[in-house]
Design a protein around this ligand. Structure first.
Ligand SMILES: [Mg+2]
Length: 152
């Protein structure tokens, strides 16, 4: 059941307004398996504890740090044209792609840290939110449409 809904999300995200997939090869892309948000949370907690940095990790400070990292992602995309930012970023050098991977990781690490500091069970919150999104955007009403939920 869960697999079915994630397939639906992938289809929805990769489908353009004509209902066709703009880059069908990209649907084959997958992450490395078996790294949970809980394991990221634990790895980062250990990293922080070993350095005695908990004292700086208020929810507010972590939120600000995460926003800074999002800015670092934006720097990698700024001033590029659309053709240089197609799905897969095949025109980027290995160095540029590695830099993006590092900044995306910084954001994810701070996001899990922020959820930890706020005592939000992030994996549960994600599953709950996806369920809510599926109810808000029923496939038969929104298929192929980019309209907001209050516009159909
Ligand atoms: Mg960074």
């Amino acid at each position: 059941m869960e697999k079915e809904s994630s397939k639906t999300i992938i289809h929805h995200n990769l489908t353009n307004e004509n209902g066709s997939n703009p880059d069908s090869n990209e649907s084959e892309f997958q992450f490395t398996q078996d790294l949970s948000l809980e394991s990221i949370r634990k790895l980062h907690n250990k990293f922080v504890t070993e350095r005695n940095w908990e004292q700086y990790h208020s929810p507010r400070n972590i939120m600000m740090a995460m926003v800074g990292e999002i800015g670092e992602i934006a720097e990698l995309f700024q001033w590029r044209n659309d053709s240089d930012c197609q799905v897969g970023l095949h025109s980027w050098t290995d160095e540029q792609r590695n830099a993006l991977g590092e900044e995306l990781s910084d954001v994810l690490i701070y996001l899990t840290r922020l959820a930890d500091r706020c005592h939000i069970d992030l994996p549960k919150a994600v599953l709950d939110k996806m369920k809510k999104n599926e109810e808000k955007y029923p496939i038969d009403k929104v298929f192929g449409s980019s309209k907001k939920y209050n516009m159909y």
